[in-house]
Design a protein around this ligand. Structure first.
Ligand code: PNS
Length: 158
């Protein structure tokens, strides 16, 4: 049976933590779809198109990773793509409460889809897209927090 996981998120921007998580999850699944949520509008810095381009660059040549956008419910997206798993990362106890609620509610809506949580690598625990965004907005150098294949200046025009 083909095991497909959907890794949903806003990825504004995609971080080293996200990249490491996908690479660690690859041995567990046949295919991982990184799904960039269009309706998770949270004061976005990078457009959906930019985020899709950035993430595609990171996994260029990795045939088992697809990158796409989605709107609507994550579980409906999973059903449309025959994905039996939702992949999420857990950094801290604070993440856990939010993830638990989302995981339980997704499971109530779609009991055939399980959420698989991976603990983030210890070195990536503090890396958080909201803070990375804030560093960028304030002119800081956030290059160490995003995958090495992403050159932020290509997207920021500076
Ligand atoms: O990176 P984020 O912001 O933590 O990702 C949140 C995301 C996109 C996974 C979540 O907002 C989501 O699943 N949105 C799609 C709508 C949905 O299914 N909502 C119900 C989840 S219980």
């Amino acid at each position: 049976m083909n095991k497909t996981a959907v890794f949903p998120g806003s990825f504004d921007p995609f971080t080293v933590g996200h990249e490491a998580l996908v690479r660690r999850a690859l041995p567990l699944f046949d295919r991982i779809i990184i799904a960039v949520g269009e309706n998770a509008e949270k004061n976005n810095l990078f457009s959906i198109e930019m985020r899709l381009r950035m993430i595609s660059k990171v996994f260029d040549g990795e045939e088992r990773v697809e990158v796409t956008r989605f709107s609507g419910l994550t579980v409906e997206f999973c059903r449309r793509h025959n994905a039996g798993y939702i992949l999420r990362g857990l950094r801290t106890a604070a993440d856990f409460e939010y993830e638990r609620a989302m995981g339980h509610m997704n499971w109530k809506m779609a009991p055939e889809i399980d959420t698989v949580f991976l603990l983030t690598s210890t070195e990536h625990t503090p890396v958080n897209s909201t803070i990375v965004r804030d560093i960028i907005k304030n002119g800081g150098d956030a290059s160490m927090f995003v995958p090495s294949s992403i050159n932020l200046s290509d997207y920021l025009g500076r």
